[in-house]
Ligand binder design. Sequence first.
Ligand code: ZN
Length: 294
Amino acid sequence: METGGSMSATAQIGVIGGTGLYQVEGVKVLTEIRPETPWGLPSDAITICDVGGVPVAFLPRHGRGHRILPTEVNSHANIAALKAAGVEQIIAFSAVGSLKEEIAPLDFVVPDQVIDRTRLRRQTYFGDGVVAHAGFADPFCPRLRQNLLAAIQGLGIKVHTAATLVCMEGPAFSTKAESHLYRSWGGSCINMSALPEAKLAREAEICYAMVCMSTDYDCWRDETEHVSAEMIFQNLGKNAVNAARVIRATARTLAAAARSCSCAIATHKAVITAPEARPAETARKLKYILPDLF
Ligand SMILES: [Zn+2]
């Protein structure tokens, strides 16, 4: 990758890379930043890349070299750092297991719903004296989803929509009983990384959608070999190539798009605590992600 360039260290478009996606191949890196947020440091340095003339902020969720367990990811710092970099829209990539026959390995899925099966993660920026309840009925930005779906279809990648993602704690994969249970709930695919990331992006008033890249059939499908790390790794490389194509195909459109969705004001009416009752230290932290509200 080349470095240098004249664009500033901010970007309106953010990309979070999941397992197998630690950098964007074929783009020029303009600069690296590592904002220290009130919640600590992000998973790694954020690279500001030039994607067809559009600055894009890229952050690998598990760090370069893949050092951070899903449970250990500091999503609070990751989302806050992207917000500090100027990001208003996040395309989050994730490797997933398929819970449906028709979602084959190497297919893409842009889910519209998520079921939370995490247990060990703090799900909000709020608390410590300031209460807010953000709307999460539609956990992913519908406008961003439509943009991504159109781009992925245009690239000829098989993509599934109207899908329900199950987010589990991990790090071990599901038991067969759990996998069958999630199928009975209508789950389409399963990962360990959508939450609390999507909730924190909503609270920080950033548009967020997830592009799930199928690597395997989890363990419910008796006629195939059960999920193993080895099988998954073989599909990750191919998915990373397609992920880079999606980023290149969408950056310019997204940067030019008006945010006609409601994400930019998602928290404006969600804060319940009276201004005079908000502890100063908590308000100071929240101002980092919500400068208009605190
Ligand atoms: Zn939005």
